[in-house]
Design a protein around this ligand. Structure first.
Ligand SMILES: [Zn+2]
Length: 90
């Protein structure tokens, strides 16, 4: 499921093959002041989305957009992510 969604969005955004790595729970350090925090980022060198817990659709799009358009701000990436989610997932 996750792999399919990553492949789907990687094709639409035009970034090519992208892998994912879910950080195992035993490797996590508990963040006592914000238990709801979930890390999600992309390793540019290996083109791997690295995440904790569940990888959401918006996380995939967000990280792939940062990879494809490194100069676009985080705020604009969020805006584009929301637009893509709305128009392509109806
Ligand atoms: Zn961002």
């Amino acid at each position: 499921m996750t792999r399919d969604r990553v492949m789907y969005w990687a094709q639409i955004i035009g970034v090519g093959p992208t892998s994912t790595y879910r950080i195992p729970r035993k490797e996590m350090v508990t963040n006592s002041y914000n238990r709801n925090y979930r890390f999600c980022g992309l390793c540019r060198e290996t083109k791997t989305i690295i995440y904790q817990g569940k990888l959401k659709e918006e996380d995939i799009i967000h990280e792939l957009l940062h990879f494809k358009f490194p100069k676009i701000s985080h705020s604009n990436v969020r805006t584009i992510t929301n637009i893509l989610l709305r128009i392509l997932e109806e």
